[in-house]
Design a protein around this ligand. Structure first.
Ligand code: G3I
Length: 360
């Protein structure tokens, strides 16, 4: 039995009861409170076409993951192609897989500027916006309440380069509701499933640099305001799309995570991968650099707390979003994920495994 499957068995021991719903999913728990020696669950964003058509991918997901999240199937553009319509079939493929393999399942995402269908631009008032956002969340959470233990309720609320701590990204919900779209979304989700862990998810808070410090400050500001309003926010998701040519702000990130933990929040690593287009071509050298970058990031987080879960945004290099924006100039495949395109584990998987098993 390989290390991974031993680890997986141990982790499943902790998770499977939760995945099967046998353990009451208290608010704020993806799995029963991790005992000091428990293993941090690992998982990945999963896409339904690959799950349907690629046996090697399906087998790898079942073998390595204890938790999964639909990469796109629960987003507005996939669920709501037109105003009166819900299309659940692709999300249901991933939900069925989670049930079949007794995996914990995360939901992604209710309020994000990305992946929005055109029709939402016809929403013409604050009342209409609140009605559409609330009814969407009520419908989706109700459908998946017995299997999704954690939701990215709000994703990426901060602009790329925030002009100040209260700078909010402009899109349909913030345009009509201002910052109130955030409490509205969290409260709508909590009203339907009080046991689900409700998460605010953000990117580019991991690095050294004024822009990244500004993003940490803005995220801290949003979180503090939500907690002061008793909004049911349970956790912050660090997406951790790690750029190989950016330095991890170990001190800044550790202080940031410690402060959030001090406010009673849980921390999730939700979308980790290493964007390798600036790294040298040779695979062995590149894989080592990718693993080192992840190690640097995980060291900073674990110095402050034990995350609830470590997810990568994809499982295998065969299916990754990275070349969409970061194609390599040398034409070689990107190698951002723990399994290569032949589903074989790379040094990055060993780094993740090492941190998952780190005792508290
Ligand atoms: O499902 C349609 C398919 O029917 C159609 O044939 C095909 C070609 O047009 O498009 C398919 O939809 C694509 C979808 O991924 C599923 O593959 C969309 O065009 C494409 O825009 C979408 O990209 C996803 C993107 O979010 C936008 O939703 C990426 O795969 C996904 O990795 C990326 O994930 C985001 C997280 O949600 C938030 N954090 C950043 C992360 C990376 O950008």
């Amino acid at each position: 039995m390989t290390h991974n499957s031993l680890t997986r068995r141990a982790a499943l021991g902790v998770l499977s009861a939760a995945a099967a719903g046998a353990v009451s999913r208290r608010a704020g728990a993806i799995a029963p409170a991790a005992a000091p020696t428990a293993v941090v669950p690992y998982g990945a964003a999963i896409n339904s076409p690959a799950l349907t058509n690629d046996r090697a991918y399906r087998e790898a997901a079942a073998r390595y993951c204890q938790v999964i999240v639909p990469e796109s199937e629960m987003k507005w553009d996939e669920l709501r192609p037109s105003r009166g319509e819900y299309r659940f079939e692709n999300a249901d493929i991933i939900v069925a897989f989670a049930r079949e393999h007794r995996l914990a399942l995360r939901g992604h995402t209710f309020a994000w500027y990305g992946a929005m269908p055109e029709w939402v631009n016809t929403i013409a008032s604050a009342a209409e916006a609140e009605r559409e956002l609330t009814s969407h969340i009520q419908t989706v959470v109700s459908r998946y309440r017995d299997v999704v233990s954690s939701w990215d309720v709000v994703n990426e609320p901060i602009p790329d380069k925030p002009s100040g701590v209260s700078d909010l990204r402009q899109f349909v919900w913030s345009r009509h509701l201002g910052e109130n779209y955030i409490p509205i979304a969290f409260r709508a989700a909590a009203a339907v499933d009080p046991k689900a862990m409700l998460v605010l998810n953000e990117y580019d808070v991991e690095y050294i640099g004024a822009r990244f410090q500004a993003r940490r400050d803005a995220l801290r500001h949003i979180v503090r305001r939500l907690l002061d309003q008793n909004v049911p926010l349970h956790a912050v998701g660090l997406q951790a799309h790690l750029y190989a040519d950016r330095a991890i702000d170990r001190d800044g990130l550790q202080a940031f995570v410690s402060e959030l933990k001090g406010w009673g929040l849980k921390i999730l690593i939700t979308e980790m991968d290493v964007i390798d287009d600036t790294l040298p071509g040779p695979e062995k050298e590149r894989d080592a650099a990718v693993a080192a970058k992840a190690d640097d990031f995980l060291e900073a987080v674990f110095a402050a707390c034990r995350p609830e879960v470590i997810l990568t945004w994809g499982l295998s290099d065969r299916y990754t979003w990275v070349p969409t924006y970061n194609k390599r100039a040398d034409g070689r495949l990107n190698r951002p994920l723990p399994l290569d395109d032949a589903m074989k584990p790379k040094p990055l998987m060993a780094v993740i495994d090492r941190f998952r098993r780190r005792a508290v």
